[in-house]
Design a protein around this ligand. Structure first.
Ligand code: ZN
Length: 217
């Protein structure tokens, strides 16, 4: 039966299968070690369910958006299997790994305004997925400051994205606001824990000094 939305299902499923094989041994950075493909499927699902995207090239590129950057897949391979539109979308949301991390982040903000509509939607869905994931659970080894920094950087990228009427824009704002509050609460908890630890440390120091001076009670 033909899909009523005219999506080329074969191409999209091929992209999901391609991505699953390329990312087989990768996991998300959270405690549960969620398979990486979950992130890619979430991004594609956000595009269809929230963004109402039916373009197979955008959906395929969403599934493939991390292949070049994270699995070393060559441009030629994506071009030969999925064609130039998909490759261009993927390249638009791919960082130049030859650059230092801070510079890559700066470039993302700088180039965000020049993204095509398709790449803008992929970028929004990608960020929504990442912010949701950080808000749900801090990535392994990430301090709260690093989490806040990621949120702030994502907002800077968001501000530079071209105008779009997609509902994903509103969803990004909502995800950002809710997630930011959660991470700020983590920061506040961290501070109060540090304050409690400091009080305990002082008490312990005083106790040790008393013991040294007067002997055990
Ligand atoms: Zn991603």
């Amino acid at each position: 039966m033909l899909c009523p939305c005219n999506v080329n299902m074969e191409k999209v499923i091929e992209a999901a299968w391609f991505a699953a094989r390329k990312h087989t041994h990768q996991r998300r950075k959270n405690i549960e070690d969620i398979p990486y493909i979950n992130h890619l499927l979430e991004v594609a699902n956000l595009l269809t369910s929230e963004g109402k995207v039916t373009d197979e090239d955008i959906l395929s590129a969403a599934l493939l958006h991390d292949t070049i950057e994270d699995t070393g897949t060559g441009k030629a391979e994506i071009l030969s299997v999925f064609g130039p539109n998909v490759l261009n979308y993927v390249l638009e949301v791919t960082d130049d790994k030859a650059l230092p991390k801070a510079e890559r982040k700066r470039m993302q903000v700088k180039h965000a305004h020049s993204l095509s509509e398709g790449a803008t939607l992929i970028k929004l869905a990608d960020r929504i997925s990442n912010l949701r994931s950080i808000a749900a659970e801090a990535p392994k080894g990430w301090t709260v400051d690093r989490q806040l920094e990621y949120f702030n950087w994502s907002w800077k990228v968001f501000e530079q994205l071209p105008e779009t009427r997609s509902p994903l824009k509103g969803l990004f704002r909502k995800t950002f606001e809710e997630g930011y509050r959660i991470v700020q609460d983590r920061k506040a908890n961290e501070k109060s824990l540090q304050a409690k630890m400091e009080i305990l440390r002082k008490k312990l120091r005083a106790h040790i000094l008393r013991m040294a001076r007067f002997g055990p009670p």
